[in-house]
Structure formats: C-alpha cells, structure tokens
Design a protein around this ligand. Structure first.
Ligand code: PLP
Length: 386
C-alpha cells in the first residue's frame, strides 16, 4: 500500500544522501529552513533595530504558539528558550526549597540534565527522590506514585524515556501529585511530535522540550508551557529584563513581573534559532501527530520484528502503547558498530547501558529499516570473520 507520508521526503534534502534514522536525536532539516535563515539575515541587514517592533520582540510567543498547537497548549501559553536545561532551571527557581515540602520526585531514567539540576537544588534544601528502574527500560508506576507524598513539591518526569522510549502515564502521575498537593513538570522532548499529547488533558503544570529531535526545528529553540492559573504565583529567580512588566522603563528596583507568559522570559531571545525552528513546527502540524504516531507504531513494530529475527535483544517496550518513536537494540560492540554505521551514512546513535537507538519518522521508508538491520548483521559477520 502506498504511504502518503513519503510525499514529505522531498522537503528534506538530507534523506536523499543518508539512511536517516536519528530523529530522536536530530530531526532532518526541512528544505524551507534555509529560506527562513536567509529571511532572518535579510531582516537583520535591512530592518536592523526596527525588526524588534516588527516581530522579533514577540517571537518567543508567536513561535511558541506553533509549538502550542502540537502539544495542546492555548495561545500565549508557550514561551521559547534556548534549551530544556534552562527551562528546568527556570521552573526550579520558582520555588522555596527550605520548608517541609521540599521533595522532588523523579525517575532514575530521567534525562541526566534534569537530574543534575534537581541535585544542585539540594544545597538550597531540596530532597531528591529518584525511583529506580527494575529492567533499565521501564519505570514502575506504582513505585513512582507511592514516592509522591505530602512533602513533595515537584514531580519531575520524562513523558518518554530517552534511552528506551518507554511512555510514562503522565495523567496518573499528575493525578497523584495533585492529590498530594505537588506540581508536575513533564519533559516532553521525546514525545512531542511523535506521540500525541495534550498538556491540558494530561493536567501537567509545566511541560518543556526542545526542537532538535522529532520537531525538526534545530538547536536553540527550547519551549516552556506553564499552566495559566499558576502564573500569578510564580516569580522565577532565573529571570531578566524581558520578564519585567515595563521592560523599557529600565527600572533598577526589584522586578515587577509581566502578567503574560513574558514573565517566564529572561534575556534577549535566540532569534535565528526561532527562525530556523518554524518550518519544522509547520510541517509537523501539517502532517499531524496522529498520522505520525500511526506510522511510527507500524514501523517500530516492523523494526523490532526484523531485529528479533536477526537475533538482537530489544531494550524498548514490546507493547506499542508503551513505546515512543525509538527502538533500542542491544547489539554486541554497539558503540563500534554505530561508528561504522555513521561512516556508511546510516544515521543512528548509541547510548551506554541501552544500545543502538534507531528511529523511523514520518519520512522513513520501510526499506530503510530492512537496510539498517542488514547492515548491522553484515558488520557483525565481517567482525566475526576477521
Ligand atoms: C528527554 C530529554 N530531555 C532533555 C534533553 C536535553 O535538552 P537540552 O539540550 O535542550 O537541555 C534531551 C536530549 O538531548 C532529552 O532527550
């Protein structure tokens, strides 16, 4: 049966030159992104300082609106930042960690940046509880829920685990957190753009992610959603002049925060990064995350079948409902195999303790999945013979 999503391949020049299976790490660059970067250069050189009034100033919100459509946030509820690490630090900086409610509950499989930031809060009084994984793939939901108690301030979890692609039940986590009086931060980097999600329906308080991966938006375009009714109570310590109610008064006194989501900004935004990111969001919105997910489930299942036939252990959930867009294969000498695959223009990556991560996206052909498994097998045969 013809796959209508393959029509999009012509929008991504890199797909002609490589077997592109790395969208969990760096999504392919859309053809139009080059035009967008030229547009940025033109605006800078011709409009100069006037560009701020002609769109640049508002870009952290206007670009955020494109992300908002993908993740189910309302207009004006998503702000753009350089990366997720900044967003996580910004969220953490909203809270007082010296009181009895000072726990952060997370999973040991959370992205290390998030865990580093949590642990740095210990010097301010925070207590960090990380729930271990029993198999290196999944996070035991019951244990995570049980760790959330009346002393928990924040529950900080990844929607999809970066190493294994395990999908966590964010709704159940948010329900338990709210029953206990805690707030939830969801890192949705590995779900947004490949697993349908709606931050409002999931009832998370904060969500953050970036654009480098499934959104095909390139570096420098992290995003932050904050539940609107929390805004008045949040005064980040990680802040700057753009968060001021009247930034152009340049008042040297204590900051008075903007009423809008601008209160979550800090300094000058990464304008070229925001120009670059827009095409990816437009394409993901046009393709539709439901369509992307249907294809992803079919292709990750196919990939797992091929890998199993070849005799490789799979370090991702078998159940498609619990699996995001990536399949991790435990292949002997995985690091070396990955280096050789890259040399041969098969784009994948390797994570220690997990294996080779391979990700089809909406632009992937079934044959490419067959090709990568065959290539891994042939590399292993060659290694065994030498
Ligand atoms: C789930 C997850 N969170 C965070 C990051 C890192 O985000 P940033 O580099 O934007 O801080 C990554 C990947 O790089 C990731 O996979």
């Amino acid at each position: 049966m013809a796959d209508p999503l393959l029509e999009w391949r012509k929008e991504f020049p890199a797909l002609d030159k490589t077997v592109y299976l790395i969208s969990h790490s760096l999504g392919a660059m859309p053809r139009r992104t080059r035009d967008r970067l030229n547009e940025y250069a033109d605006v800078w050189s011709t409009r100069s300082i006037r560009a701020w009034d002609e769109g640049w100033w508002e870009m952290p919100l206007t670009v955020g609106n494109l992300v908002g459509k993908i993740i189910g946030a309302g207009e004006g509820e998503v702000t753009m930042h350089p990366n997720v690490s900044i967003c996580q630090s910004l969220i953490a900086s909203c809270f007082d960690w010296t009181g009895p409610r000072n726990k952060i509950v997370s999973e040991a499989l959370n992205f290390p940046s998030n865990l580093y930031i949590h642990r740095q809060l210990e010097s301010l009084g925070a207590r960090v509880i990380t729930v271990p994984s029993e198999d290196g793939i999944t996070v035991p939901l019951e244990k995570l829920l049980a760790a959330i108690d009346q002393e928990t301030l924040l529950v900080s979890v990844s929607h999809v685990i970066f190493k294994s692609a395990f999908i966590q039940d964010l709704h159940a986590i948010a329900q338990r957190a709210h029953q206990m009086g805690a707030l939830v931060v969801a890192d949705i980097y590995q779900s947004a753009g490949t697993v349908p999600l709606n931050v409002r329906e999931l009832d998370v308080d904060f969500a953050t992610g970036g654009s480098v991966k499934w959104l095909c938006g390139g570096p420098g375009a992290g995003y932050l959603y904050v539940r609107r009714d929390l805004w008045p109570s949040l005064e980040p310590r990680l802040t700057g002049w753009m968060a001021h109610r009247n930034p152009f008064d340049f008042d040297p006194g204590a900051i008075e925060f903007a009423g809008s989501a601008f209160r979550f900004l800090h300094g000058t935004p990464n304008i070229p990064g925001l120009y670059a990111a827009r095409s990816g969001y437009e394409i993901i919105n046009a393709v539709g995350v439901e369509n992307i997910r249907a294809k992803s489930v079919r292709q990750t299942s196919l990939l797992m079948e091929l890998a199993e036939k070849a005799g490789y252990r799979i370090n991702s959930p078998r159940d498609a409902a619990l699996r995001g867009g990536t399949v991790t294969l435990d292949v002997p000498n995985g690091y070396e195999v990955t280096q050789e695959l890259l040399r041969r223009d098969f784009l994948v990556d390797y994570r220690p303790g997990a294996g080779i991560r391979i990700a089809p996206h909406f632009y992937t052909k079934d044959e490419e999945l067959e090709m990568v498994v065959e290539e891994i097998q042939s590399l292993q045969r060659a290694a065994a013979a030498s």
